[in-house]
Design a binder for this molecule. Structure first.
Ligand SMILES: Nc1ncnc2c1ncn2[C@@H]1O[C@H](COP(=O)(O)OP(=O)(O)OP(=O)(O)O)[C@@H](O)[C@H]1O
Length: 505
């Protein structure tokens, strides 16, 4: 009876998609288990105090003990196997090529488990678009909460579906086993948590929003800037975003956008969640390139910014550099191979009296024992914080914050390229950094102009790791055009008002 109730409970929990921890908790707090444990305790107690009774009451006691022990062992082993089970589906890696409008895309993974998908599709004869027509109540798609009527299907398991006949899409789905990867453009009016879909305001990474009402804990009212209309729309509150982010088990690039609070001069920035491991920049470029492997090893290890989840919004203000103050630090960031270093070098070469890079310093990496050894010798040490370091001709070199400060104090514009994780260290009142994200051109142009087309994958990874305001995005297609545009962006950053964190706080 006990075993069958365990099996029944597990079955029910699995069909409700409960996670392993919750299932275990439910099992452990089940009344039949408490009753069983009481039986066990009293049995142990009686065995301890009256060992002879057990032997003496062999005929009546023995079978009871055996049955009880076997049930208890079975129960424990079923608990163990439940606890060891991994109920999370293994998600496939993100696809290599992320299209231009990747921000509107959502990647949805469903695990088929021999059940039908529970959704129907339709084709728009005019455009050839395939979209979700219906989601069947209680079906796989419905239970996942990830597919909604009106969602546009872009790809199924890497197969583009736009223009296909619905039968062909059904064929792809029918032949898919295990995990099905959908690339969809969500139907914006299908966020069921929004109280009034018509009042919702769509926004994407980089948008600047003025928050005009925060009285509702779940949905704030905001206007997109520059204001085209005086009417505000609903956006999720910070707390709602946090809880939504926690719920998400699928990989999705979350949106980064900026918002302005009720006071005109104070702004907010939505940070995106970090989903990826670090380490995409190949070189620490204060010297000539060495082999890929060597550079990779010598690069500082990156750690994803874990603050993103706890602070989905960041307040920003309009900041204009007073002419008498040091220039703002210019940070270029981008995927390995996208041309960050090339642009930086060209800019400095073009105008060395204006632009300058920090001078790298030789550095030593000391572990705790080595440091203690040196200190024991009573030598004087100055410990310097290096943002990044790398190897050249057997020596380690690093960029320190002091080196950046030296350039700025000389009245020059300091321009560096950095890993996303280093940017956070530089976001200080002293440097007031302005970050420019270097984006690759279209995949076709990239293949035409670069030797290494892996940038496309890296680019997306790098983009997701940026949990800061991306002040500007520059597409590095034609090098000369990109250089000219970069100069103009930097000039604006130094001389014109820009949204920035409140450095005075
Ligand atoms: N717009 C462009 N057109 C053609 N080639 C380019 C362009 N931008 C950069 N390159 C070339 O691409 C290669 C990689 O550029 P670069 O060294 O600047 O990459 P990176 O972004 O700094 O990445 P890494 O950290 O891996 O060095 C270089 O050979 C560079 O000359």
């Amino acid at each position: 009876v006990v075993l069958s109730s365990v099996v029944k409970d597990v079955d029910q929990a699995v069909s409700r998609n409960i996670n392993g921890a919750q299932l275990l908790h439910e099992l452990l707090s089940a009344p039949w288990l408490c009753a069983l444990l009481k039986v066990h305790d009293s049995k142990v107690l009686s065995k301890r105090h009256t060992p002879t009774i057990c032997l003496q009451t062999k005929i009546s006691g023995y079978p009871l003990l055996i049955i009880y022990l076997s049930v208890y062992q079975a129960l424990l082993s079923s608990h163990d196997s439940v606890a060891q089970s991994d109920y999370e589906p293994v998600l496939p890696p993100l696809p290599d090529e992320i299209p231009e409008d990747e921000e509107a895309m959502r990647i949805v993974c469903l695990v088929k488990n021999n059940q039908p998908l529970g959704a129907t599709i339709r084709k728009d004869e005019a455009t050839g678009d395939i979209s979700i027509a219906r989601v069947i109540h209680g079906g796989l798609a419905d239970r996942s909460g990830l597919l909604h009527p009106g969602d546009l299907l872009v790809e199924v398991n890497g197969n583009p579906v736009v223009g296909l006949e619905p039968e062909q899409v059904i064929h792809i789905l029918a032949n898919s086993q295990g995990t099905i990867l959908f690339k969809i453009i969500p139907n914006p009016s299908q966020d069921f948590s929004i109280p009034c879909p018509d009042a919702g305001m769509a926004f994407s990474r980089g948008d600047l929003l003025q928050v005009v009402d925060q009285s509702d804990g779940q949905w704030w009212q905001a206007r997109k800037l520059p204001c085209a209309t005086s009417c505000a729309g609903l956006i999720p509150s910070a707390s709602m975003l946090k809880s939504k982010q926690r719920e998400q088990w699928w990989c999705q690039p979350l949106q980064v956008h900026t918002c302005i609070r009720p006071r005109e001069e104070s702004w907010l920035l939505l940070l995106n969640m970090c989903l990826f491991n670090a380490g995409f920049r190949r070189s620490f470029r204060v010297w000539k390139r060495t082999s890929y492997r060597k550079r990779r090893q010598s690069c500082t290890t990156c750690s994803p910014n874990t603050n993103a989840l706890s602070t989905p919004y960041e307040e920003v203000v309009l900041y204009q550099r007073p002419p008498q103050e040091n220039h703002r630090l210019i940070i270029l960031v981008g995927a390995s191979g996208v041309g960050v270093n090339e642009l930086r070098k060209r800019l400095i070469k073009l105008n060395p009296s204006t632009f300058q890079g920090p001078v790298p310093r030789m550095c030593l990496l000391l572990n705790t024992c080595e440091r203690a050894l040196h200190l024991k010798k009573k030598e004087i040490y100055v410990f310097v914080l290096f943002l990044e370091y790398g190897e050249s001709k057997g020596q380690l070199y690093g960029i320190s914050t002091d080196a950046i400060d030296e350039v700025l104090k000389r009245g020059r514009m300091c321009i560096i390229d950095a890993e996303p994780h280093s940017i956070q260290l530089l976001r200080t009142k002293k440097f007031k950094p302005y970050v420019i994200f270097i984006k690759p051109p279209s995949p076709d142009r990239l293949r035409e102009t670069r030797r290494d087309a892996r940038i496309i994958t890296n680019y997306h990874e790098c983009y997701l790791k940026l949990t800061i305001i991306i002040m500007s995005v520059l597409v590095n297609d034609d090098l000369q055009d990109a250089c000219i545009e970069l100069c103009s962006i930097i000039q604006q950053a130094q001389d014109e008002p820009q949204p920035a964190p409140d450095w005075e706080e």
